[in-house]
Design a protein. Structure first.
Ligand SMILES: [Zn+2]
Length: 296
């Protein structure tokens, strides 16, 4: 186990080598969370107890909890690593240097919205019911949303993010992308936001009210997974929200089993939440299959 002095020393060396430089390579093995976009600049490297945090200028934060086994090494680009490659959990490369995190038990990435970087993001958001609207501007507004804890279902109704988007289209869009309406903004990756905006625009411009997949179908079967569609009145003012809990579990923190919330590690990382949500979904699919099998 490294002493805290050694961790501080390592972080200082990484700071000198990496901060202010564009990232040439970022690999976080077996971590599905958001990654810094190519060539984004490393802004800071900090230590919080036994964690080393790396922050990029696009708002991505990498947190590596070193606990007893983890350590960061800093190498010159062509230098041999002092540990086996398969033990690497993260590799960050900049001009001249490679930083490698070995054996860290917990590696997480998440997005930290920073409104200071986008002072222009006031006013009403792009009207996505119109063709040729600024979809990337809309994605950016989602990424910059100031409340990391806000639910995506509420944020889609916020006119400073997106306009021309109705309540029926909201339920239909979240169903189409398979995302939980209760997912928190901080857990959404750049790709999640981009896909969401693209789908929202397609649905807003279609005749989606004619044959909705979930809206108004409370208690009926989901066309995709045969789960039972649920209904809830949410937000201010309260609006009807319909979703299928069976196939819209992605990034839903409420689905984390209680026993996983006890102990010293609470899963907060999208990758982990996704894994848990997928595991629950797989169990349910299996049950549906077994039920059908018994029916014959
Ligand atoms: Zn479903």
């Amino acid at each position: 186990m490294l002493s805290s002095g050694k961790i501080a020393h390592t972080a200082a060396a990484m700071r000198t080598a990496l901060v202010g430089l564009p990232t040439l390579r970022f690999d976080a093995m077996s971590t599905i969370g958001p990654a810094p976009v190519e060539r984004s600049v490393i802004e800071s490297i900090t230590v919080k107890r036994r964690e080393i945090l790396v922050q990029w200028d696009d708002g991505i934060v990498l947190s590596t909890a070193l606990r007893l086994s983890g350590e960061w090494h800093l190498y010159r680009t062509d230098e041999m690593w002092r540990k086996e490659t398969y033990r690497a959990r993260v590799v960050i490369e900049v001009e001249g240097w490679v930083a490698v995190c070995f054996d860290a038990p917990i590696v997480e990435t998440y997005r930290q919205p920073d409104r200071k970087r986008h002072p222009q993001s006031g006013g009403v958001g792009p009207n996505i019911s119109q063709p040729n609207t600024d979809l990337s501007g809309c994605t950016q507004r989602l990424l910059d949303y100031r409340y990391a804890d806000a639910m995506i279902a509420d944020v889609l109704m916020d006119e400073t993010v997106v306009s021309g988007f109705g309540n029926v289209a909201r339920s239909e869009t979240l169903w189409a992308v398979g995302l939980s309406p209760f997912a928190k903004m901080a857990d959404l990756s750049y790709e999640d936001c981009a896909v969401l905006v693209e789908t929202a625009s397609r649905i807003a411009q279609s005749d989606h009210e004619a044959s909705p997949s979930v809206y108004g179908r409370n208690g009926q079967r989901c066309n995709r997974c045969h789960g039972t569609i649920e209904f809830k009145s949410v937000g201010h003012p309260r609006r009807n929200l319909y979703w299928c809990p069976e196939c819209q579990g992605r990034l839903d923190r409420r689905l984390i089993p209680n026993q996983l919330l006890q102990g010293d590690h609470t899963p907060t990382h999208p990758a982990e939440l996704m894994y848990i949500a997928d595991a629950i979904a797989a169990r349910k699919r299996r049950k549906i299959f077994d039920d059908l099998h018994q029916i014959g």
